[in-house]
Design a protein around this ligand. Structure first.
Ligand SMILES: Cc1cc2nc3c(=O)[nH]c(=O)nc-3n(C[C@H](O)[C@H](O)[C@H](O)COP(=O)(O)OP(=O)(O)OC[C@H]3O[C@@H](n4cnc5c(N)ncnc54)[C@H](O)[C@@H]3O)c2cc1C
Ligand code: SF4
Length: 571
């Protein structure tokens, strides 16, 4: 039983998690005048100390060499020392398990803003056909909502968080409300030329980065270091763009280092609040609220629901369908790199722009699936160019090129001649991919952990082979040669390890009834009317578009609905 409830207030809403879903919920509900409690398992964020955007490799000891430098390459910090992770594939004291015969990796952040502090900010709308996949090819399940339902919320989300891009009228990737996109870099212009020859659409990237001032945020100053966090908040993070401004209202109370264990119920089918463990005092605490919003990330919200058991809901609250945890999905990933001699020894030019690619390729064969041996599409992300060499770059150069002037010339000539492609494809949900509570393991807070089961089907494998051929075709059309396997290919023989694209969604999908789903089209529990799940758990399918913009839009739409229901006294 709770030992020390520390808060006697009752809130209009308690929001669990401060990432894309929770940050949007906080922003929208505070704008509506509600009193909100935000519970976050990680600490508060201080961008001044956490973000290493303008640090040079020379600012640090070791510069990646020897044992002391190992931290720069992911030891203790995935994606390296400079990345704004505050999390990782494994969190000390917070394990998860994986069923026999499965592979799954779960990337979690523990800090205000969650994974939005360092995500890639690729921001693509789902297409109209993405909401009705079963109608298209008889596979998977339709969403209970359509593109028309969510389109106004894509508009709102894009306008508020700021997304740059261009109007293109491509059916697989609807246009949005964009800031001006920066022009392509030289290697990207060459890639586009090859794509034009191959009939592959190649257009300006769509990233949650602003190129004109917005709500007090400065436009991008093109330092190119987005993966390290953006001190000027020119790149979206929910902490900087949504939570910090909401704090000024005086109606938002943040409980950080608050690890939520379960949703509390009143015995009459209504949620009454949240039980969490205060990490600072290791005591159990309660927050009471009229509505409960879970936005702890898809799998974590699912875990909280599965761990919330009552007499009416012995298998987890809102789980009358028995589908809680089912239809877990990740994005299909495959990568290939190439070396293009035509770009060797070019005069080095200024690669002004934001960090990462300025172009991408949306799925270009959306109306030609009958001719393909796989049912769903993918988009292509680009790597390459003259980014600042990272810590430890060219450590192996002496081994390869010897020493002296010749080594320097080889490095300079080859610099910028390497390119890379990463495919991001749709997975069709299947019965073998799900998560459940592991009955034998608890985390350091005494909370039962998740156990993952996952399987790619032939659909995904065949799609990955198409990616491989396409990337090789682009590289050779540029006059280059395929030079390297992606980590994904090395590790899993041709397809990404499930979970590693970090687009895990599903687990509490939305649908038309309490029999076929956990939530309705407003992310509201069918069975507990004042309970909402506003992260990727609600996804019915996982189109090839990265999920975060859709999480923002769905959360915004759900909050509009929830506030109105609250006003009418329906929840
Ligand atoms: C390196 C990287 C690159 C990515 N690139 C892209 C991209 O380009 N485009 C894209 O769309 N997506 C991308 N993603 C995925 C993107 O980060 C997620 O889709 C998005 O952050 C999900 O938002 P969320 O609110 O559901 O969860 P999160 O952002 O994970 O936030 C969840 C929050 O809940 C908190 N929490 C968890 N459990 C509890 C608990 N029990 N109690 C209290 N609080 C809890 C966490 O601490 C966290 O702060 C990327 C992710 C990574 C890591
Ligand atoms: S390139 Fe722009 S968005 Fe990225 S970190 Fe620098 S200022 Fe921020």
């Amino acid at each position: 039983m709770p030992q020390n409830p520390r808060n006697q207030d009752t809130y209009d809403a308690v929001v669990v998690g401060s990432g894309a879903g929770g940050g949007t919920a906080v922003q929208v509900l505070i704008e509506k005048g509600l009193k909100v409690a935000l519970l976050e398992a990680g600490p508060m964020l201080d961008p001044r100390t956490e973000f290493k955007e303008h640090k040079w490799p020379s600012d640090y000891d070791h510069r990646g060499a020897e044992e002391g430098g190992a931290q720069y390459f992911g030891k203790g910090k995935p994606f390296g020392f400079f990345s704004t992770t505050s999390g990782g594939w494994q969190l000390e004291g917070e394990p998860y398990t994986v069923g026999e015969g499965s592979q799954f990796q779960w990337f979690r952040s523990r800090i205000l803003g969650g994974r939005t502090n360092h995500y890639g900010r690729m921001s693509f709308r789902f297409a109209e056909y993405d909401f009705k996949p079963h109608d298209k090819d008889g596979l998977g399940t339709n969403w209970p909502i359509s593109y028309q339902d969510i389109a106004p919320y894509y508009d709102k989300a894009e306008e508020f968080i700021g997304v740059c891009g261009t109007q293109e009228n491509v059916a697989s990737c609807p246009d949005g409300k964009f800031h001006t996109a920066p022009p392509p870099k030289v290697h990207e212009a060459l890639i586009k030329k090859a794509c034009d020859k191959l009939g592959i659409i190649c257009i300006a990237n769509r990233r949650a980065i602003i190129t004109k001032a917005l709500n007090g945020r400065a436009p991008c100053h093109y330092c190119g270091q987005c993966g390290r966090g953006c001190q000027t908040a020119s790149a979206y993070s929910s902490a900087q763009v949504q939570v910090f401004p909401a704090m000024k209202s005086g109606r938002l109370k943040i409980f950080d280092l608050a690890m939520v264990r379960e949703v509390l119920m009143d015995g009459n089918g209504k949620a009454t609040g949240i039980l969490f463990i205060d990490k600072k005092t290791r005591t159990e605490q309660i927050i009471r609220a009229k509505t409960v919003i879970l936005a702890a990330s898809a799998c974590e919200s699912t875990r909280i629901l599965l761990n919330s058991k009552t007499k009416e809901f012995p298998n987890g609250i809102g789980n009358g369908s028995g589908l809680l945890g089912r239809f877990l999905m990740d994005t299909v990933g495959f990568g290939l790199s190439g070396y293009v001699p035509a770009m060797e020894g070019m005069p080095h030019y200024d690669t002004d722009g934001y960090g990462g690619a300025h172009l991408f390729m949306p799925w270009w064969l959306w109306d030609q699936h009958k001719k393909l041996d796989f049912p769903r599409g993918y988009h292509i992300e680009i790597g390459g160019g003259y980014g600042m060499p990272g810590v430890g770059s060219y450590h192996g150069a002496a081994r390869r090129y010897g020493y002296g002037a010749d080594m320097k010339k080889q490095i300079r000539d080859g610099y910028g001649a390497a390119i890379a492609f990463a495919g991001r494809g749709e997975m069709i949900p299947n019965d073998h991919s799900y998560c459940e509570i592991d009955p034998n393991v608890v985390d350091r807070w005494g909370i039962p952990v998740l156990k993952f089961h996952f399987k790619w089907s032939d659909h995904e494998w065949r799609q990955a082979r198409h990616m491989e051929k396409t990337f090789a075709d682009i590289i050779t059309t540029m006059g280059g040669r395929v030079s390297g396997l992606s980590a994904a290919q090395r590790e899993a023989d041709g397809i990404s390890v499930p979970g590693t694209i970090i687009h895990e969604v599903g687990g509490a999908r939305m649908g038309t009834s309490a029999k076929n789903s956990v939530l309705n089209g407003y992310c509201q529990s069918h069975e507990v009317k004042n309970l909402f799940v506003m992260d990727g758990a609600s996804f019915v399918s996982n189109p090839d578009k990265n999920p975060t913009l859709t999480i923002n839009a769905l959360a915004w739409r759900a909050c509009d609905y929830m506030a109105e229901e609250l006003r009418k006294g329906n929840v």
